[in-house]
Structure formats: structure tokens, C-alpha cells
Design a protein around this ligand. Sequence first.
Ligand SMILES: [Zn+2]
Length: 291
Amino acid sequence: MVVGRFAPSPTGPLHFGSLVAAVASYCDAKSQGGQWLLRIEDVDTTRRVDGAGADIIHTLQHYGFVWDGEIVYQSERSEHYEQALTQLRKQALAYPCTCSRKEIADSSTQVGIEGAIYPGTCLHHPVKANTPAAWRLKTTAINLGFKDRILGWQQHAMAADIGDFVIKRADGLFSYQLAVVVDDALQGVTQVVRGADLLQSTTRQIHLQQCLGYLTPDYAHIPLVLNAQGQKLSKQTLATALPLDNLKDTLTQAFNFLPYLPKPVPRFSSLPALWQWAMTHWQLSPAAHPL
Ligand SMILES: [Zn+2]
């Protein structure tokens, strides 16, 4: 059974880029007779915008998406994340860290894919007293790779490119990486189709899956929708909210953007007919496009 998912963060309304990601995961799961789950990724409650979750759900319904099962909210799942952290602690794979950003920047000697590599200070020295601790996952000097369904082989040297990364923040919030891995596993997700901005996160997620004894889903990272300035559409780049009229035109634009549907997309008299065409013609295959 194929199980896919769409997992938006409720930091603002859906925009064209999020529609493209939703369409890709939806077509991929549904064209294989699979399930498609909807998960609201509000684990970082400091970034959550009131009403954005409900707005996203309403917009998806409006565009004709039908999800399977109950909508899952990460903000209600702390006990699952805590259990995973407990397991990692018992296995001595996680350790507390009281270093500040500045201390890490000052002591790090290596630069990875996202800046300074954590030098392992708190692994080798006692943590500071009366200081809130984050929890870090140990990485080892292995190359961890996976075959992306679109982009082919991807890998990172875990220690040199990533380093020991935070799975629970000092403010008590669980990290995106831990929450996603626990949710994908507990929800039985078998295929992740998402934007290429998350490509760099995937080896961390696979490392976590291996530490927790979870299966690894198949991954496919689709091209990002960029604005005229070449930036990813997002709240930060002031992407406009999806319109709630002209649904067929907007959905056709999303189908035209995705290289996994024939071009040009034919015109249809109804939204269901347009969806039906996409389900029949969807083919996720290695594409020749650059990211
Ligand atoms: Zn530390």
C-alpha cells in the first residue's frame, strides 16, 4: 500500500508553490491507488499563525483534494516525540547541549552544509548547570546516501557535512527533523514527495530513522517554484495567497509547472475531470531539469 502525505506549516496561507507540492504528492499517491495523508506541521509553535491551519485545510478542500484519515497536528504529538527522544537517550545516541550559538560559532573549526559544524563540546565536557539544554543526535563519520526518485543518488558525509544536530531545542520544542521522522513512521508513510528545499534534510531524517529502527520511505524532491527574482515562493518573499476562484486555471498552471504530466494540459469543463486526467497521466520519472 502506497501512503503519501502533504505536510504544510501553518505560517500563512497556501501559495502557488505549496499548491505544486500538494499536487505532486497527491497525484503520486493517488495514481498508484494509495492513501494521501494531511499533516499540519505546527511543531514550532512560535512560528504558527492563528487561523492559518484552518485556512490551508479550507483551500485544499476548495481545490478538490481529498485526504485519507484524520488530519494530524504535530502540536498534539509531543508524547510521541518524547518517546523517540527517550529511546535515543537509552541507546546513548542523544546527549544534552548547553552551548550558545556564539560559543558554537567561536569553537567550531569546520563548516558544513548549513554553517558551523557543532564541535561536540558537550559530548566531551560536563554541561553547564542551570542552563536549559538542547538535545543533539550523534552523527558518525559515515557517508549516508539514498536514491531520490527524481534526482538520483544523493549523499552526505554525516560528520563533516552535518555534524551532531539538534533534535530537541533548549526552549523545549522538538526539532522539525525529529517530528517529521516520527510522524512519517507512525503514520506508515511509504513515499515522500516534496520540494527540493528539503533535499538537504533527507540524510538527517534517514539517520534518525536508522537510529530509531524505522523503515525509510522513498523520497522524491520536485523543483521549486521561484518568483521573478529567483527566490522560492514563501511568506518571507511575500508570495500571494492562492485564489479561491478560477480554480481550474490555477490548477492547470500547477499541472503545467510539473514535468511529470504531459504538455500542454488539455482544457476541461470541470475540476473533477481535470483531476481525473492528472491521475491517469502522472508519471514521476527522472527529469532533465536543473534544480
Ligand atoms: Zn554543547
